[in-house]
Design a protein around this ligand. Structure first.
Ligand code: C2E
Ligand code: CA
Ligand code: CA
Ligand code: CA
Length: 281
């Protein structure tokens, strides 16, 4: 028999069946995650690279499955995008993030320029009525639009660039910040700058991690920063782990950064330590 149907194929079929069964298990567990209250948000501080002052945070999703244990978002988010569960999960994230933001606001813990970045899947962004629903949520929670930034990855936006453009423009017009996540890892990063109304670029960790040792990465990052500024965007570098990286990025004029050098993503109680003290009364 030719290769795909030969003995090797028969040998691997059980593994394939196992993989499929595993996926079904994962899907089933994921569908239970919200009703079982297994989702949580952690918050990674975002700092000014010049002064180390806190300028915001990124909300990152965590899933601790009773059945499967802790699951990584890079595994379950793509699956949720495939199955459509991302809509319910994305709604949950928005609600949880805004509720937390409203609480910090009520406790008077936020600096005037503090903004919370929320990851929004392109499937969620392109859902009918997304912008109106988000604006209504903001109002319900009493959170001003400028207090949040929506982080979208370039990869999902190409399918209907016109529609994406309109939605992001509507967000910007209402005061919500728009950040392009993982900038540079997609196919057409530069053309997005031209066509999308973006306020911030996030340089992916893959460009940042070797910046202290690799001349090419340094050139790439410097170029991204120059271009971002020419297009009126501010720049955040993600995944900063070492002081040398911070210094290089700062030297290139990168405004903000996130990474283990400053803090890991933190549960709300720990993150509160990064916020200004509530007023004494
Ligand atoms: P991302 O948006 O690019 O988030 C950055 C990832 O880098 C996070 O991984 C963060 O924990 C990690 N990170 C931050 N600083 C460092 C560092 O100094 N070193 C290293 N090695 N890693 C660092 P995480 O939390 O596992 O999230 C992975 C991805 O899952 C995110 O990548 C994002 O694409 C997705 N994701 C997370 N939360 C959400 C969410 O609420 N909604 C959606 N749609 N996607 C989410
Ligand atoms: Ca992000
Ligand atoms: Ca990112
Ligand atoms: Ca990334």
């Amino acid at each position: 028999l030719p290769a795909p149907f030969g003995p090797a194929w028969r040998r691997y079929t059980p593994f394939l069946a196992e993989i499929l069964a595993e996926r079904r298990r994962l899907r089933r567990a994921l569908r239970q995650a919200i009703p079982m209250q297994e989702l949580a948000l952690v918050y990674q501080p975002k700092v000014d690279l010049e002064t180390a002052r806190l300028v915001g945070a990124e909300a990152l999703l965590r899933w601790h499955s009773a059945e499967l244990g802790p699951m990584r978002p890079d595994i379950f988010i793509p699956l949720a995008e495939e199955t459509g569960d991302i809509h319910a999960i994305g709604d949950w994230v928005l609600d949880a993030a805004l509720r937390q933001l409203a609480q910090w606001q009520a406790e008077a813990r936020l600096e005037d320029d503090f903004a919370l970045a929320i990851n929004v899947s392109s499937r969620q962004l392109m859902q009918a009525g997304f912008v109106a629903a988000l604006l209504q949520r903001l109002e319900e929670h009493g959170v001003p639009a400028w207090r949040i930034k929506v982080e979208v990855t370039e990869s999902g936006l190409i399918q209907d660039i016109r529609d994406a453009q309109e939605r992001l423009a509507a967000l910007r017009a209402s005061g919500v910040g728009v950040s392009i996540d993982d900038f540079g890892t997609g196919y057409s990063s530069l053309s997005y700058l031209k066509s999308l109304p973006v306020s911030e670029l996030k340089i992916d960790r893959s460009f940042v991690k070797d910046i202290a040792h690799n001349e090419e990465d340094r050139k790439l990052v410097e170029t991204i920063i120059v271009i971002a500024h020419l297009f009126g965007c501010s720049v955040v570098a993600e995944g900063i782990e070492h002081e040398a990286e911070r210094q290089i990025l700062r030297g290139f004029g990168c405004e903000h950064g996130q990474g283990y050098l400053f803090a890991r993503p933190l549960p709300p109680a720990e993150f509160a330590g990064w916020l200004t003290a509530p007023p004494a009364n």
